[in-house]
Design a protein around this ligand. Structure first.
Ligand SMILES: [Ca+2]
Ligand SMILES: [Ca+2]
Length: 155
């Protein structure tokens, strides 16, 4: 029973837990694969969220694998039990459909929710995820918590 349920949980459900560890990161930042991540609970629009990350010598998080997505999901779950929408660093504000990470890394992985991105009313250029576990485009003026990550060599 346990052998069967464990992999199921780890792959498909919202009860995927990784123990958060600080590692070599500053206080209130957590480590995953040599990068440091911070959950920012203050609800900001996307631009202010990015500017806050930049003030921390970081950017809104870029995500390059399912493992990294799941780590960030765990970070969100740890700080927000409601698992509300949380900004990540992806946007298409410069050109519709041209998705770019704010840290300059190429888009080499995505996990869009059903029928996303849909650019609803022509006004959704910034990306978040939350309880549904997959990515959605939203108006950049929405105010959500966010996740910052330190700069890395792009994968
Ligand atoms: Ca858009
Ligand atoms: Ca959308």
């Amino acid at each position: 029973f346990i052998l069967w349920t464990l992999p199921q949980n780890m792959i498909t459900s919202s009860v995927y837990f990784v123990k958060l560890q600080r590692g070599g990161c500053p206080s209130f930042w957590y480590t995953f694969n040599g990068r440091c991540y911070k959950y920012v609970a203050t609800e900001l629009n996307w631009a202010d969220a990015e500017l806050y990350c930049v003030s921390q010598r970081a950017n809104l998080v870029s995500i390059h694998s399912l493992e990294e997505h799941n780590f960030i999901k765990t970070l969100i779950q740890n700080f927000d039990h409601a698992q509300g929408q949380t900004w990540i660093g992806l946007s298409d504000t410069q050109k519709e459909g041209a998705w770019m990470w704010s840290d300059g890394c190429p888009l080499d992985y995505d996990l869009w929710g059903k029928e996303q991105p849909n650019n609803l009313q022509g006004n959704e250029d910034c990306v978040s995820f939350g309880g549904s576990s997959k990515w959605h485009d939203y108006p950049c003026s929405e105010t959500f918590p966010s996740v910052c990550a330190t700069r890395i060599l792009c994968p």
